[in-house]
Design a protein around this ligand. Structure first.
Ligand code: AKG
Length: 192
């Protein structure tokens, strides 16, 4: 069962999850610029021996390659650098972030299936901060076996810190939603 909650901070033994609002001064301008600047692709990947198309468009920046995703851009577009710096400052992290991942959902039918952000190359206890721009969508999380549904308003920032393998999540499809872009900035972590 998925329980809708108004999340602010949640801590478990291995994880910290936080939702903040009002991150950028002008999220409306930011979404337009990111939308038109990023080279979006809709990758395909193999699942159970079949070629499947990803249900949203994506782009990656930094030393990272999504499973079946596009090669990361060598150069971060200026607007992504700028937003990454604003996010880093808001949460007290070094600038620039190690990695940026952008996702574009053109409508409510675009979605992202269950996955975790755990990557061996990110070391133990990495931080992932995801900025939402545009249409509000829900994110479903599984935390310690509990299903949680969190609405992600435009200009909100969802932060995961710790053992990311313990927080599977997805963006489920919905009937009517306009365009949404998420920008996920990631920092390598260290043992505590
Ligand atoms: O679009 C979102 O908010 C989720 C992004 C995400 O889970 C990812 O990039 O791995």
């Amino acid at each position: 069962m998925i329980l809708p909650i108004d999340l602010t901070i949640m801590k478990t033994q291995h994880l910290r999850i936080e939702l903040r609002h009002g991150i950028l001064e002008n999220d409306l301008t930011a979404i337009q610029e990111v939308d038109s600047t990023v080279s979006w692709v809709r990758p395909t990947f193999m699942m159970f021996g079949r070629q499947v198309q990803r249900r949203c468009e994506t782009a990656t920046f930094g030393q990272y390659r999504y499973r079946g995703g596009p090669s990361p851009a060598d150069k971060w577009p200026a607007i992504i650098t700028e937003i990454g710096a604003a996010v880093a400052e808001r949460i007290g992290k070094p600038c620039p972030p190690d990695i940026g991942v952008a996702n574009r959902y053109l409508s409510g039918q675009d979605a992202l299936g269950w996955h975790t952000d755990a990557e061996a190359s990110m070391g133990p206890n990495p931080t992932v901060a995801t900025l939402s721009l545009g249409a509000e969508r829900n994110i479903d999380l599984r935390v310690d076996g509990h299903g949680i549904r969190v609405p992600l308003a435009s200009n909100s920032l969802l932060i995961f810190e710790g053992d990311l393998a313990r927080v599977p999540h997805r963006i489920p499809p919905t009937n009517d939603a306009g365009k949404r872009i998420s920008l996920s900035f990631r920092w390598k972590g260290e043992s505590k």
